[in-house]
Design a protein around this ligand. Structure first.
Ligand SMILES: [Zn+2]
Length: 67
């Protein structure tokens, strides 16, 4: 029987945050390892310096010499 489904299963829920392409299962949420590396590099370079927030000081020390 003719059933009309309104749920948009075709909606692109998973898109590569780097190039906006369809993400691959092996490299979620990225489309490829290359984009995964690109995003990682952004974190290592641009997002390396985090704003000093001394709100929650629970004795957690970050070891900087582990890179
Ligand atoms: Zn990508």
């Amino acid at each position: 029987m003719p059933s009309i489904s309104n749920d948009n299963s075709h909606a692109k829920k998973n898109a590569c945050p780097v190039c906006k392409k369809t993400s691959a299962d092996d490299y979620k949420p990225f489309c490829s390892k290359r984009c995964a590396d690109v995003d990682l590099n952004r974190w290592l370079t641009a997002g390396y310096t985090v704003p000093a927030a001394e709100d929650d000081s629970e004795g957690v020390e970050l070891d900087e010499g582990n890179g």
